[in-house]
Design a binder for this molecule. Structure first.
Ligand SMILES: *Cc1c(COP(=O)(O)O)cnc(C)c1O
Length: 414
């Protein structure tokens, strides 16, 4: 395959080659990223990219959909088995598209939603003013408690009672503690609201029983397939049978046209992999690695938001060790030592989101490479060393050498 690309478009070919090297040689701690298997990569690079298949298996608006039907049904059946869902729509192009389809299926413009704000760990699609969820709907937010850093369920209940939202969204992009989906659904249902649980980050943990599943309790569950779930980049919606039709028509024709059949093929492979016993071992190692990394960072003096982690990620408050170092400068310094992280706002943030005072660290990608607790101890030490002297070129270059050595011992399959 690469042979053709090299001949036709050397600029793109060589950039892909450089990206391969970057992925091989950097310690990837971005909590939302992962490495797919070569099998998934083949599926997403397949001839299914050529196929139009508007509609759903058995009810398409195009001819020649027999194989598309088979692959989409495989993805649906496997997802149902993996999560125990009554209905699955596998077509959302992304997690954001999945959320937008749920809103379209359940809300009219002007309806009220209650969600976790971006500053408290929520996602843009949970009502941010610059996202359509914030433009179309009336948004109110619950937050995390100032003392514990954990979701403030009392505040959620209070707001559900006084504000009567039509839908409560729960789920996060930067929240390190377990979420009580059962409690959220009890709160919502006793005040007449529907629940959307967005498990984009924790889907792998949920699929393997290492985090409480929202599927039995919540009307709608959305996810990405490319974060802890380690599949092709994309989205998915699960819902109770009574909402199946509304969800399907909100995805197509409501918010999308033709499904990405090559990506759906990749999702099917992802679910097959996730149904294997090794996948549970993998998810459990992600959690152990995150716990070790958080402990080690704490032992270097960093405050971990919410006091630690129950899942695959943590938010590190830099201010406890480096008063004047912004998240942005920390991110840049670490990148020059081949450690990839992202800056993140922390609860009660005092800096702008562009600067931020925190770093979000996640272990799904390093765990895919086979790294374990011992390597997490080293990584924490690398981070502390770089951040203690972020402008020192020789410190950075010596850490970079150690990073390259570590990556070399845990190779990627491509
Ligand atoms: C990543 C994420 C999404 C969106 O996923 P995209 O595929 O990037 O659109 C939605 N919700 C949450 C909580 C996320 O973390």
């Amino acid at each position: 395959m690469s042979q053709h690309l090299k001949e036709v478009d050397f600029a793109v070919f060589s950039t892909i080659e450089k990206e391969k090297i970057r992925q091989r040689e950097q310690i990837e701690l971005i909590a939302s990223e992962n490495f797919v298997s070569p099998a998934i990569l083949e599926a997403v690079g397949s001839v299914f990219t050529n196929k139009y298949a508007e509609g759903y298996p058995g009810r398409r608006y195009y001819g020649g959909c027999d194989n598309a039907d088979v692959v989409e049904q495989l993805a649906i059946d496997r997802a149902k088995q993996l999560f125990g869902a009554e209905h699955v729509n596998i077509q959302p192009h992304s997690g954001s598209q999945a959320n937008s389809a749920v809103y379209t299926a359940t809300l009219n413009p002007g309806d009220k939603i209650l969600t976790l704000s971006l500053e408290n760990g929520g996602h843009l699609t949970h009502g941010h003013p610059k996202n359509t969820s914030g433009m179309l709907y009336k948004v109110i937010h619950y937050g995390v408690s100032a003392e514990t850093g954990r979701i403030d369920y009392d505040q959620m209940e209070q707001l559900a009672k006084t504000e009567h939202p039509k839908l409560i969204t729960v789920g996060a992009s930067a929240y390190s503690r377990a979420i009580d989906f059962k409690l959220v659904s009890e709160i919502a249902h006793s005040h007449g609201a529907l629940v959307l649980a967005d498990i984009a980050h924790i889907a792998g943990l949920v699929a393997t029983g290492l985090h409480q599943s929202p599927v039995p309790y919540c009307e709608f569950v959305t996810t990405t397939t490319h974060k802890t779930l380690r599949g092709a980049r994309g989205g998915m919606i699960m819902c109770k049978a009574e909402f199946a039709k509304a969800i399907d028509s909100a995805v197509f024709p409501g918010t999308q046209g033709g499904p990405l059949m090559h990506i759906i093929a990749g999702k099917a492979v992802c679910f097959l992999e996730a149904l294997k016993p090794e996948f549970k071992q993998y998810q459990s190692q992600i959690i152990k690695n995150a716990a070790t990394l958080a402990e080690q960072m704490a032992s270097h003096g960093y405050h971990i938001v919410a006091g630690g982690t129950d899942n695959h990620l943590m938010l590190v408050d830099l201010r406890t060790v480096h008063k004047d170092l912004t998240g942005k400068d920390a991110e840049i310094a670490l990148e020059s030592a081949n450690i990839t992280v992202n800056r993140n706002v922390i609860p009660n943030e005092t800096r702008s989101p562009l600067l931020a005072s925190g770093l979000r660290l996640g272990t799904p990608a390093v765990t895919t490479r086979g790294m374990r607790e011992k390597e997490m101890v080293k990584i924490a030490e690398f981070i502390k060393t770089v951040l203690s002297d972020p402008e020192n070129k020789s410190t950075i270059s010596s850490v970079k050498h150690r990073v390259l050595d570590l990556c070399g011992r845990f190779p990627l399959p491509y």
